[in-house]
Ligand binder design. Structure first.
Ligand code: 5GP
Ligand code: ZN
Length: 121
């Protein structure tokens, strides 16, 4: 079968390399579809990145064909935040998409930040 660009491992993608282990990371959670790890430059006491193992470049590239992993990601976010007790005081989920949002890594990721009272831009 034809492998579209979203199906193959992107050899030049930093987060694909983190999924494969070629670039080390501090793993927080992993299942068949999802990988989560600590952000290298945390902006809050808790700052975890949740990503699909499959390469999707950003929110604007989510389609009916690849969106099943999005529910898996949010199930993982709910599980991990509950385990860390973040569900009590709350937390924020953010995905920057494109230039105006300041996206710097073009492999879909959801920032989970918390552990303190957060300001809103
Ligand atoms: P964006 O700016 O695209 O929304 O988020 C990219 C995030 O990836 C940033 O918060 C940045 O600190 C994080 N990041 C960039 N390179 C690495 C890395 O090599 N390892 C880890 N753990 N996080 C990274
Ligand atoms: Zn990737």
């Amino acid at each position: 079968a034809f492998a579209g660009k979203e199906d193959v491992k992107m050899s030049d993608c930093l987060f694909c390399k983190i999924v494969s282990g070629d670039v080390p990371s501090k793993k927080v959670y992993e299942d068949e579809y999802v990988y989560a790890f600590e952000d290298i430059n945390p902006v809050a006491p808790v700052h975890i990145l949740f990503i699909p193992k499959e390469h999707i470049s950003g929110v604007s590239e989510i389609t009916p064909a690849n969106s099943e992993v999005i529910s898996k990601i949010f199930e993982a976010i709910a599980k991990v935040t509950a385990e860390k007790g973040l569900d009590k005081n709350g937390f924020r989920v953010v995905s920057n998409c494109g230039a105006d949002a300041g996206q710097t890594v073009f492999h879909l990721h959801f920032h989970v930040i918390g552990g303190t009272k957060l300001n809103w831009p």
